[in-house]
Design a binder for this molecule. Structure first.
Ligand code: CA
Length: 167
């Protein structure tokens, strides 16, 4: 038998490998799996921080899985204060949403969190000064904090007109 066509799944694998090889992270970003991350120490409100990340082609970091949590927590522990992540409570509700649109599969709240107080709808990750470092806290969106941007390579790649499939 002669194989006359490359199966579509092979094309998808090749595309993914190309994306990983030819789309390096921008300067100042660290690669972790298929995303690039940067801890920015200049404090901003949650909304300003999100806008700053969008300007660079990303969003405030979503934490999709426990291995992301471990990586992002390690990055935050290099700073001195809590840092914003991309989670925010929907107004007038108890449900939360990632700013990059990723579904909320995984959470790592600190004890008693989220408190869901009115006016505390944005989520930060605790710094090493906190006894439960790396856990999450819903707090005032207008507070200025360092933040973590995340650029997902497949998404950045779409800007150049190429589609990346997830297997
Ligand atoms: Ca809280």
């Amino acid at each position: 038998d002669v194989i006359t066509a490359v199966p579509s799944f092979v094309n998808r694998v090749v595309n993914q490998v190309e994306v990983q090889c030819f789309t390096p992270c921008s300067s100042g970003y660290i690669t972790w799996y298929s995303s690039c991350y940067k801890l920015v120490s200049e404090p901003k409100t949650w909304e300003e921080a999100q806008q700053a990340c969008v300007k660079e082609g990303g969003n405030l970091a979503s934490v999709d899985m426990s291995y992301d949590q471990a990586f992002i927590s390690a990055a935050v522990q290099q700073g001195k204060t809590d840092a914003w992540i991309g989670l925010r409570r929907l107004a007038g509700s108890d449900s939360y949403k990632w700013s990059d649109g990723w579904p909320v599969f995984f959470t790592h709240w600190g004890p008693g969190e989220p408190t869901n107080h009115e006016g505390e709808g944005c989520v930060s990750m605790h710094a090493p000064s906190h006894f439960i470092q790396g856990t999450w806290n819903d707090t005032a969106c207008a507070a200025a904090k360092p933040y973590i941007c995340k650029i997902t390579k497949g998404k950045a790649d779409k800007r150049h007109g190429r589609t990346t499939s997830v297997l």
